[in-house]
Write a protein that binds this ligand. Structure first.
Ligand code: FAD
Length: 398
């Protein structure tokens, strides 16, 4: 017996749940399939368990893609304010943490419950623990063979996400389906991920594991973020590093300004006038963690002198070091700890209005599987909601 559905959606993550709910509420008969035990596993883990579900400043400038214009239409048609309205309607309490980032007050579970309730309102048939064995197109649409049986659907939506955190069920399924249908997949790499360091530098900085400092960090292409940097036992992490990792390519350097809010020359000149015999180390420790200053001394970045001994060229060199510290990462921690996957299904192959494949009518790709990747701060979920919404509207018109 072959079951029938208007739409089969593969992947009950952020994008799949939201698309299923919307399409169901628009009157479609929707089957949502996932190979995991529970829907929205990444949502539950997100934002440190509180889900940073959107960002008040979301617009296309916060996304990386080979076509930076692709995400504009969907983001403009279903905005952060639309999603915030939905969150409020469900009575989910939230707050702005920083930089427009909205988090649940209580738990990310509130977000999964919201999405599951929305699916119930759309009579979505949610089937967890189902493996997709094969997908074939035919005259009526698509035949989807699941471990639990065969489904014939008019439309097929791929919402299976990227490769980051295989421990949370990430698989290359979406890319394989794209390839099966001759749709281009751009090379993928880990994004929003800690970077690792070469041994000599790591050995010194490792001792700072757990120390965080507000910095400004710049990639070779000029992209810059002002957030905090965290030293770890493997290298560097913290929001500033996660952000810049998406813009970093192997072999490139990043430039770290450890004192982004300080006029270092003016500060040193004032201090020298008042305390000429004070050590440079103690002086810098007024603006930086002492252990960090000591490590910078070990790396010969800070001379072991008093302020009156500090020569003009030394002072210039110090400013260069502390405010333009060039670090060449060894690599990243990879998909194991990455929050997102850069690259993926080529947006050239999709309609930016509907997320439908240009070559294969009825086949849609939404969420992270598409080559659209947001900054840290709720932007990735907003892409999931916006792309899912655009797709659901299109499905309802077919
Ligand atoms: P996913 O949410 O990954 O969902 C894909 C679904 O497809 C999963 O349920 C998976 O089980 C299923 N699936 C995969 N392969 C198959 C298959 N072969 N068969 C059947 N089902 C399959 N973004 C933010 O905006 N804010 C945050 O606070 C935030 N925090 C994060 C924290 C962590 C630890 C991680 C890893 C990511 C975080 N992100 C955050 C990124 C965000 O989680 C993703 O961008 C978002 O979940 C992508 O949604 P999606 O629906 O496209 O994919």
């Amino acid at each position: 017996v072959v079951e029938q559905a208007d739409v089969v959606i593969i992947g009950a993550g952020a994008a799949g749940l939201f698309c299923a709910a919307q399409a169901g509420q628009l009157g479609l008969n929707v089957l949502l399939v996932d190979n995991g035990k529970k829907p929205g596993r990444k949502i539950l883990m997100s934002g440190g368990g509180r889900c940073n579900f959107t960002n008040m400043y979301a617009d296309h400038t916060a996304y990386l893609s080979h076509n930076p214009h692709f995400c504009k239409s969907a983001l403009a048609r279903y905005t952060q304010w639309d999603f915030i309205e939905l969150v409020s309607r469900h009575g989910v309490a939230y707050h702005e943490k920083t930089l427009g980032q909205l988090f649940c007050d209580n738990s990310a579970e509130d977000m999964v419950n919201l999405l599951v309730k929305e699916c119930e309102q759309g009579n979505v048939d949610l089937r967890m623990r189902n493996e997709v064995l094969s997908v074939e197109s035919n005259e009526q649409g698509f035949m989807i063979k699941l471990s639990a049986g065969n489904i014939q659907a008019k439309s097929l939506v791929i919402a299976s996400g990227g490769l980051s955190m295989p421990g949370l069920g990430a698989t290359p399924f979406g890319y394989k389906i794209a390839e099966q249908f001759g749709i281009n997949v751009l090379p993928t790499r880990a994004g929003l991920v800690p970077v690792t360091l070469h041994k000599p530098l790591l050995e010194v900085l490792q001792t700072l594991s757990g120390v965080a400092v507000p910095v400004s960090v710049t990639a070779e292409n000029g992209t810059n973020f002002k957030e905090s940097l965290l030293f770890t036992h493997r290298g560097l992490s913290g929001p500033a590093i996660l952000q810049i990792s998406s813009y970093w390519q192997p072999g490139e350097s990043i430039t770290v300004n450890l004192l982004p809010n300080l006029d270092l020359d003016a500060f040193l000149n004032e201090e020298r006038a008042e305390h000429p015999n004070q050590s440079l180390k103690n002086t810098l420790a007024r603006h930086l963690p002492k252990r960090l200053v000591e490590s910078l001394q070990t790396l010969n970045k800070v001379p072991d002198v008093t302020l009156k001994q500090l020569s003009a060229p030394q002072q210039q060199q110090l400013a260069d070091t502390l405010q333009q510290w060039q670090i060449q990462p060894n690599g990243t921690e990879g998909y194991r700890t990455a929050e997102v996957t850069l690259g993926g299904v080529d947006t050239k192959a999709l309609s930016s209005k509907t997320m439908e494949s240009v070559q294969v009518p009825g086949l849609y790709f939404i969420g992270e599987v598409v080559d659209v990747t947001g900054w840290l701060g709720g932007y990735n979920f907003q892409w999931a909601w916006s792309s899912a919404w655009a797709c659901a509207q299109a499905l309802a018109k077919t």
